[in-house]
Design a protein around this ligand. Sequence first.
Ligand code: PLP
Length: 410
Amino acid sequence: MKTVQEPDIQKIRNDFPILSQKVYGKPLIYFDNAATTQKPQCVIDKISEMYSTTNANVHRGVHYLSQAATDEHEAARQTVREYLNATSSDEIVFTRGTTESINLVATSFCRTLCREGDEILITAMEHHSNIVPWQLQCEHYGLKLEVAPISAGGELIPEELEKKITPRTRLIAVTHISNVLGTVNPVSRIIEAAHRHDIPVLIDAAQSIQHRPVDVRAIDCDFLAFSSHKAYGPTGVGVLYGKEKWLDALPPYQGGGEMIASVSFRKTTYNRLPYKFEAGTPDYVGTAALATALRYITTLGLENIDRYERELYRYATGKLLTLPGLRILGNAADKSSVISFQAGNIHPYDMGTLLDRMGIAVRTGHHCAEPLMRELGVEGTVRVSLAIYNTREEVDQLINGIQQIFGMFR
Ligand code: PLP
């Protein structure tokens, strides 16, 4: 099998200044990439360049700087469109992140397209960001939140999900890749089934767009949400992709500048897509830097990233499974680079704290997926999540660290 060679990875690592840092005198090993990724120098430089040379409020200025900032911001929208293979940049709405994107759809969709007794269908492996926004609307409009179950191995069971579709189902919201289990969900199949009943589907792509090619036209999703900061981009920026017909059907989410066509005290009319959903000054520095991050990913090649991360994931999983008493949660046939485990009787918090002292950053706890934890019968896990700059040597250090900690508790 062709692999991305180690020297390339070393070159990639050199792009990320933070990775050369030491913590507690130890080289930093960063395995918390599902929470947020580190930033390459080009993204850091872009932020600095924008504030140094191109800072002015967008869309409403006739002056040079405002035009330049607007051009950057709108070019970023084009970059996102190309990255997702959306039909039009009108389908790309900039938000603050996955959470805000989902809140936007939940609020605007349920307000206009749902009636009391209607149902929203999610799955048992959702992040709180794809649960709570729907619960808020369910509470407000008397809707029901239905939950498709998962298998003991942490896989969605498409037949079971389809059984949950009723004449009252108005929307299905599902994560592409679980941030806890790494399970890759068969989104095309789910979308196909939903569309047979004319039900739109929202894909939470927070854990997928940085790891695998995602083509919104190929999977035919109606909405898709992701966060810049999990894809090597800056914090505070996200994307909502929506098919034009759905975005057209939804009312604005927030009111303010930018989202209006005209305002009077008697009546306000709204701007065209996508601006109807972008109230207030957008984070044009963030969007420009997000575009830089997406270009960085594209230059590395998502296929190369996917192939390398899969190999590293298999290596890490194999090594972890050799440790007596360590149990990996979720063994889906298709998994991404997230590994959650329990280490015997050692509390995840203790494991995480002790690994931290060795310079190894992992995440511990419920990972914003409390219902999934309950489903799995655990309070929390230790989560190792990989990115393109992680190496086999780092995995070996992790294994070594866990062995030492096992020794301490023996
Ligand atoms: N959905 C999934 C699957 C996630 O993993 C996360 C973050 O961890 C989110 C949504 C929320 O992302 P953000 O906090 O960037 O809005």
